[in-house]
Design a protein. Structure first.
Length: 206
């Protein structure tokens, strides 16, 4: 029963989070509240974080027997995942505008866009030439870099599924904003893991 509740809590959080950031909701709010919409990103971040905390606390409270402990020959795997996640987070932060992410730039300049850059341009340099969503890559890696009981496994599966669905919706917005430029970017760069980047290096070495 506890795990069913956890699944329902995650579904509720993901649904709320997705609905609030959906194009239908944001465009409707922008039309109805043209001057107040500049505060929406901050409001969205606060609601997302505030509603996430109870779900995480509930998952923590129903922790059970560890099913995967990453011991023996696998002991270095969570360390490597954690280090790789940190690299993706830091590298992504160098190309993303944190003020845009937090919603502070929207308040100052009263504008918003589908990308987290200060000038709303499509940035494809640095780590973004390796993967299209480095922060999502970091999130996927970090949630698996820990001992896993059933609650943690449920949480990880739901979060990874949500990241995938969120990526699909986000990229739909980016294609609308940047058109063929973003489609070409999709063809050249992998989503989460630098498969196409590695293939490109391998081809150049032949």
């Amino acid at each position: 029963m506890h795990y069913l509740i956890l699944i329902l809590l995650w579904i509720a959080w993901c649904t709320l989070h997705s609905t609030m950031i959906s194009r239908f909701v944001t465009e409707a709010l922008h039309r109805r509240l043209p001057r107040g919409f500049r505060y929406y990103r901050i409001f969205y971040n606060l609601v997302a974080a505030g509603t996430l905390l109870p779900v995480l606390l509930y998952a923590q409270n129903i922790r059970g027997e560890v099913l995967i402990s990453w011991s023996g020959p696998w002991i270095f795997l969570p360390v490597l995942c954690g280090l790789a996640a940190l690299l993706f987070f830091v590298a992504g932060a160098r190309h993303y505008d944190l003020f845009q992410f937090l919603g502070l730039r929207q308040i100052k300049y009263d504008n918003t866009c589908a990308v987290l850059t200060d000038d709303c341009s499509l940035n494809t340099g640095g780590v973004l030439s390796m993967v299209r969503h480095p922060w999502y890559t970091g999130a996927i890696l970090i949630v698996w870099a820990r001992p896993l009981d059933l609650a943690a496994l449920i949480t990880n599966v739901v979060l990874v599924a949500y990241i995938i669905v969120g990526t699909i919706l986000e990229e739909r917005k980016l294609r609308l904003q940047f058109g063929e430029s973003y489609r070409e970017y999709q063809r050249q760069v992998s989503v989460y893991f630098p498969i196409k980047w590695i293939r490109g290096i391998a081809k150049r070495k032949r």
